[in-house]
Ligand binder design. Structure first.
Ligand SMILES: Nc1ncnc2c1ncn2[C@@H]1O[C@H](COP(=O)(O)OP(=O)(O)OP(=O)(O)O)[C@@H](O)[C@H]1O
Ligand SMILES: [Mg+2]
Length: 377
């Protein structure tokens, strides 16, 4: 059972001005929390539009029924409303839990239930205010990932450093061997493989060291449309032999974005490459940009910056739910030639730009990666 805090009903000062009922109704219609009121017998007397969305049912089918029917099988909700109706005090659930819905996924929510008092001071029912915690949970997860990454990065950087020196020795010895052998010696094939594979390990280690101790970002105005066009062109080239359609839907009104051009190019390349690699033969990759209507980056002392959304979607193999948690972990890969560092690097670049990542994926249907980056730093 989630932890809760309870408080007794504070005495409310009498309103000095007449109540504007139209304004109250407008607030309830527009607020992004579900507001559900029940009378003292437990019958639903108010069900705002957000409640309709959260509960996936209409106000018409909910008004007048008992809350026990509305929240049938959802013990925590039943318990909270029951407590408030019986005891007349507010309860806030501090930890959050899942609201089960008839059609969609359970919704992570946080609930506050308060008694309603009539003008004469009698308890007249209870009101529940339900807040969607999906976004908060995503941010918590992003923070956890960042922590995990910085710990792994430090460890791996030390290890990479130790490996690089003996590797240099092996490559030097192989090169000497090449010189000692005659050009037509069959053994030259072996030395070539040794040198090539040492170079490959070196490449992986450099990527890793970059991840652990990246160079400081250099911010300048970046033309996002040009960068994404170039990325798509490069990947189109790499997709020869496959039948993949690349579509760009770029909002032309987006101004230059403050960012590190090299790092952003790497970010987009990794994302579009992943999208391409998820498609076996035929498919499509859509790259889309727009200004977010939901989020702004706020920093003390400066104007809030709009956020730009960059969405890369594919209709490839998708990601199994059990793997979604691990894809940002360095070295997690499902590809025979993959390093598993692509997304870990992307995550770092997005963080350096004070942006955030969202991934949604359905196995065998496709994946959408959305990056939100502030226009100004
Ligand atoms: N668009 C996508 N569709 C399906 N799976 C994906 C997608 N993007 C990432 N993944 C999964 O996440 C894993 C990790 O991705 P990441 O880019 O970090 O490494 P990688 O692609 O395997 O290797 P590398 O980036 O070095 O080539 C991939 O192996 C794949 O399983
Ligand atoms: Mg990759």
């Amino acid at each position: 059972m989630p932890r809760k805090t309870a408080s007794s009903q504070p005495t409310r000062p009498q309103a000095a001005r007449p109540v504007d009922h139209d304004l109250y109704a407008l607030v309830l219609e527009n607020i992004d929390r579900a507001v559900i009121a029940v009378d003292q017998q437990g019958q639903v007397s108010l069900f705002n539009p957000t409640a309709e969305i959260f509960m996936e049912r209409s106000a018409r089918s909910s008004l007048g029924i008992n809350y026990c029917e509305l929240f049938a099988g959802q013990e925590i909700f039943l318990y909270l409303v029951d407590c408030v109706l019986r005891e007349g005090r507010s309860i806030t659930d501090d930890e959050g839990f899942s609201l089960q819905r008839p059609k969609g996924q359970p919704l992570p929510v946080n609930v506050h239930v308060a008694p309603i008092f009539s003008k004469s001071g009698h308890q007249d029912g209870a009101v529940m205010i339900i807040r969607d915690l999906t976004r908060a949970r995503e941010l918590e997860e992003a923070l956890r990932r960042a922590d995990r990454l910085s710990m792994l990065g430090t460890l791996a950087a030390g290890l990479a450093h130790e490996i690089k020196n003996p590797l240099g020795g092996i490559k030097g010895a192989a090169q000497l061997l090449t010189m000692e052998l005659t050009d037509d010696s069959a053994l030259q094939d072996y030395t070539r493989v040794m040198i090539r594979e040492v170079d490959r390990i070196n490449g992986i280690i450099e990527e890793l060291m970059d991840l652990a101790t990246p160079r400081p970002s250099v911010f300048s105005p970046v033309n996002l449309a040009r960068l994404l066009n170039d990325t798509a062109l490069l990947q189109q080239e790499a997709a020869r032999g496959q039948n993949i359609e690349f579509t760009l839907k770029l909002d032309p009104s987006i101004p230059a974005l403050q960012g590190d051009e090299q790092l952003l190019a790497r970010l987009f390349l990794n994302l579009v490459k992943n999208a391409r690699e998820a498609i076996k033969r035929n498919g499509r990759v859509i790259i889309e940009t727009k200004i977010s209507s939901e989020y702004h980056l706020t920093s003390p002392g400066s104007r809030p910056s709009p956020m730009v959304l960059i969405k890369v979607s594919d209709n490839g193999c998708g990601i199994a739910e059990s793997e979604l948690e691990r894809i940002f972990t360095p070295y997690f890969t499902t590809k025979p030639q993959g390093t598993g560092l692509g997304l870990a690097i992307c995550q770092k670049i997005v963080e350096d730009h004070r942006g955030f990542f969202q991934i949604s994926s359905v196995p065998d249907t496709g994946t959408t990666v959305t990056i939100s980056l502030p226009l100004r730093q």
